[in-house]
Design a binder for this molecule. Sequence first.
Ligand SMILES: Cc1cc2nc3c(=O)[nH]c(=O)nc-3n(C[C@H](O)[C@H](O)[C@H](O)COP(=O)(O)OP(=O)(O)OC[C@H]3O[C@@H](n4cnc5c(N)ncnc54)[C@H](O)[C@@H]3O)c2cc1C
Length: 481
Amino acid sequence: MSGEHSGDGEKRIVILGAGPTGLGAAYRLRELGHRNWNIYEASDVIGGLARSFTDEHGFTYDIGGHVMFSHYEYFDKLVDTLLGQDYMQIQREAWVWMLERWVPYPFQNNIRHLPDDVLLECLMGLIETQKLQHEPRNFKEFNLAQFGEGICKYFMLPYNYKVWAHPADMMNKEWIGERVALVDLERILRNIIEQKDDVNWGPNNSFKFPLYGGTGGLYDRYHPFVDDNLFLNKRAVAIDPVAKRVTFADGDTTDYDVLLNTMPITELLPRLDGCPGRVRDAAGDLLYSSGFAIGVGIDRHTESSKCWMYYPEEDAPFYRVTYLSHYSPHIAPPATTLFLTETSYSPYKHEDKETILERTIQGLINVDLMTEEEREKILATKVIDVKYWYPVPSVYRDRGLAVIQPYLMENDIYSRGRFGAWCYEIGNMDHSTMQGVEVVNRVLLGEPEETWQLHPVPDYLDELPATIAPPDAVAVAAEVN
Ligand SMILES: Cc1cc2nc3c(=O)[nH]c(=O)nc-3n(C[C@H](O)[C@H](O)[C@H](O)COP(=O)(O)OP(=O)(O)OC[C@H]3O[C@@H](n4cnc5c(N)ncnc54)[C@H](O)[C@@H]3O)c2cc1C
């Protein structure tokens, strides 16, 4: 046994998972001078989904394009402490490739780049939305009400299906917040008439990237702060919430007073001894997508100021490509280019794993990012297959979480982070880190958490089928999207 209950001393805090959430909590515990804590990580490295991989050719791959930006002073200071001067400050330049042309991001503000007939269709759709009265109940209805039929047909619905791997009418609209640029009709018309590109929208229009080691380079720098309490290769396989004891795959155990879980909540519940059926069943309301992050390194320097590009059309499996080699001179060998592509999959959107690499390379050729001849110049590829990619905000999500989270907290278990809390809208690195920090503040200082909260269950669920439709039943909906 590697740790025991506190008795009368300091509370014993155990953290499961050394991704951004667990590391944020660990850093805060150390900062507050708390001594009775440990962090246990299933894998042999820290960083979780924000880690990076460097291959023998010198290419460094992230698990999907990671753009670091922040909503928090605490996170900013933490990043400064960890990185010092070792970062790049990058001006976002994002584009959409469709109808054989580039449209600046965000698409809806820059539709002047579309062919005249498509532009007219998009504008007519926007005008129609002004007449709509009803409150949208899901993400599809939200898109149609915000952007109209034209923008939905050409961009919003096909693109979002490629990203989320779920039909938009299975998703709620509560997560949107600052993640989607909302329609300002006057601004759109002004951009068309004044022939102006409108590219500065959003919180991430300038972002930092670690100079060394990719996104994971940030998390590597936690080592001096956490190593005394860090245990790698420790996969939690069972949790006894009565005895307050975690058992690991190697048979070792540890006791806790408070448990911070950061593994996916759907993985936690089956490991919880005596978890009531109604709590386990509530996990059925939680959907997720899986994904492939695929890197392709080629022996060619690319002169381009683009950061990443979106692909809503079917000529490529990916929905986004990042010029990762533009982010730092240490990401790829000199005079080479590293593309990082992202492709999602789920029971609602199949992707053949055997052919995904070849289809990705062909996709890069189809969208003119490389030529057929350049196949010869491919120096390295890497396929990273990730089970938990996006926590899909299903229409039923908040109903499920409203059952699961109170039960866990009654048992002194805080489940936080991208899949620990299962809330996409607070699933970025800054949010995740702060969820960890704020749990510590709650437990040790009695401060309320600000980032994580339990959402009200939407009142329109009564109008929907009681459970999520199985994949076959939504095949038609998926085609429409
Ligand atoms: C495709 C993609 C793109 C993204 N883009 C961005 C972006 O642009 N900007 C941004 O800020 N964020 C981005 N993110 C989100 C970012 O990666 C997450 O915020 C972050 O990794 C979540 O941290 P976490 O600690 O909650 O979870 P994770 O990173 O998933 O860490 C959980 C840890 O728990 C460990 N674990 C799992 N099971 C067990 C077990 N049984 N026992 C012990 N340990 C266990 C895992 O090995 C892992 O290390 C992106 C993520 C993805 C997948």
